[in-house]
Design a protein around this ligand. Structure first.
Ligand code: NAP
Ligand code: ZN
Ligand code: ZN
Length: 346
C-alpha cells in the first residue's frame, strides 16, 4: 500500500515528506485511512535521540485515529467504515506472562513500538501515524466512539491511557488527593481523568499562566512549583502524585508532599537520572514508581470511559507544514494541550 508520511531522516532533523509502503493485509490485519495523529513529547525525544540511538528514517506518531478501509479475511473485530485507534505499540510476543495477563505494554520479550522499532521479524521497520494510512493487527487496535469529536480522540491513545492507567492502578477516587506535575499533553488528560474519578486534584506547574485552564479542566487547586511557601504547606498531604514533566526536575519537593504510603509515579521520561534521599522515603513508607502506557484491554476500557464521560483531549489541529513549529512550541511548554495533525494535509 502506497503511503505518504512525514519523517526525520537523521537525528534532530526537521520532518520532511516521505513516501513508503505499508504491508499487504495479513489474515488479521486492518487497513485504515488516518484522520488525525497526535504529537506526543515522546516523538520529539525519539527524533532527538534523548533516549539513545533511534532508527531512521523515522515516521513518528502513536496517537492515531482513522476510519477502516479494508479488513483481512479473518478479522472479526472491525468492519469497513468504523472508527479505529492505534496507540504506542502494534504487537507483542502474545505468550509471556504479561501478555497473557493483558499487560502487553510490559511484554517480557519487548512490545513492538508503533514506530522507531522493528516488527517481530526483527528486520522490518515500523512507521508511525504521521501518515495518510495505516495497517495493524486487529488485536492491537481499539474501537473509537462515533459520538466524540474525532480530533480530540487521537491523544487518548497515548496521553490519555498513560494517565488513566496509573490513576486506576493506584486507586484515584473520591476522598483521595491526587497531584499532577506538568500541565501538558499528558498532564491535562490526568486532570480530566482524576476529576472524573472523583479525586481532589491539584496541578503543579512551572507556568503561572496555566491556572485558569487547570481549574477549567477539573482541578480544585493550582500550585506554581516555585512557590516554596505553598509547597511547604502541602507536605504529607497527597495519596498519589504523577510526574508528567518531560524535563529532569528535582523530585525531592514532591516526595515531601506524600502521606504515609503515598506514591510518586513517574510517567515523564527525560532520559536523565534522578537523585533521591532514602531518608525521605523510608520513614513514611512512600513509594517511587513508574508506569508505561496501558494494555490493550485497559486501552479499550479507557476509550469507553471517555465515551461515557464525554472526555476528549483539548487539541490544536495543525497541517503537516506546522510540525516543526509544533515541536518547538511543545518543548517551550506552549501547547494547549495537544497538537494533532490533520492527516488530509500530509
Ligand atoms: P508536554 O505536552 O510537552 O508536557 C510536559 C509538561 O511538562 C509541560 O507542558 C510543562 O508543564 C512541564 N515542563 C516542561 N519542561 C519543564 C521544565 N523545564 N521544568 C518544569 N516543568 C516543565 O509533554 P507530554 O507529551 O505530556 O509528555 C511528557 C513526558 O511523558 C515526556 O517525557 C514523554 O516522553 C513522556 N511520556 C511517557 C509515557 C509513558 O508511557 N510513561 C507516554 C507518553 C509520554 P507546565 O508548563 O505546567 O509546568
Ligand atoms: Zn506518547
Ligand atoms: Zn509478551
Amino acid at each position: 500500500m502506497d503511503t505518504r508520511g512525514f519523517a526525520a531522516t537523521v537525528a534532530k532533523a526537521n520532518l520532511t515528506p516521505f513516501k513508503f509502503s505499508r504491508r499487504e493485509l495479513r489474515p488479521h490485519d486492518v487497513a485504515f485511512d488516518v484522520a488525525f495523529s497526535g504529537i506526543c513529547h515522546s516523538d520529539i525525544h525519539q527524533v532527538n535521540e534523548d533516549w539513545g540511538p533511534s532508527i531512521f528514517p523515522m515516521v513518528p506518531g502513536h496517537e492515531i485515529v482513522g476510519v477502516v478501509t479494508a479488513i483481512g479475511p479473518d478479522v472479526t473485530k472491525f468492519k469497513v467504515g468504523e472508527r479505529i485507534g492505534v496507540g504506542t505499540f502494534v504487537d507483542s510476543c502474545r505468550s509471556c506472562e504479561y501478555c497473557l495477563a493483558g499487560n502487553e505494554q510490559y511484554c517480557a520479550n519487548g512490545q513492538t513500538g508503533t514506530y522507531n522499532d522493528y516488527e517481530r521479524d526483527g528486520a522490518t521497520p515500523t512507521y508511525g501515524g504521521y501518515s495518510n494510512n495505516f495497517v495493524v493487527d486487529e488485536n492491537y487496535a481499539v474501537h473509537v466512539s462515533e459520538t466524540l469529536n474525532f480530533e480530540g480522540t487521537a491523544p487518548l491513545l497515548c496521553a490519555g491511557i498513560t494517565l488513566y492507567s496509573p490513576l486506576r492502578h493506584w486507586g484515584a477516587t473520591t476522598g483521595k488527593r491526587v497531584g499532577i506535575i506538568g500541565l501538558g499533553g499528558l498532564g491535562h488528560m490526568g486532570v480530566k481523568f482524576s476529576h472524573a474519578l472523583g479525586a481532589e486534584t491539584t496541578v503543579f506547574s512551572h507556568s503561572p499562566g496555566k491556572e485558569g485552564d487547570a481549574l477549567r479542566l477539573g482541578a480544585e487547586h493550582f500550585v506554581v512549583s516555585s512557590d516554596l511557601d505553598e509547597m511547604n504547606a502541602l507536605e504529607n498531604s497527597f495519596d498519589l502524585i504523577i510526574n508528567t514533566v518531560s524535563a529532569d526536575i528535582d523530585l525531592t519537593p514532591y516526595v515531601k508532599l506524600l502521606k504515609v504510603d503515598g506514591a510518586l509515579v513517574l510517567v515523564g521520561i527525560p532520559g536523565k537520572s534522578f537523585k533521591l534521599n532514602a531518608g525521605l522515603i523510608v520513614p513514611k513508607r512512600r513509594s517511587i514508581a513508574g508506569s508505561n502506557t496501558g494494555g490493550m484491554a485497559e486501552l479499550q476500557e479507557m476509550m469507553d470511559f471517555c465515551a461515557d464521560h464525554n472526555i476528549t483531549s483539548d487539541v490544536e489541529v495543525i497541517a503537516s507544514d506546522y510540525i516543526g513549529a509544533a515541536y518547538e512550541r511543545t518543548i517551550a511548554s506552549d501547547v494547549k494541550y495537544r497538537f494533532v495533525i490533520d492527516a488530509s494535509t500530509l
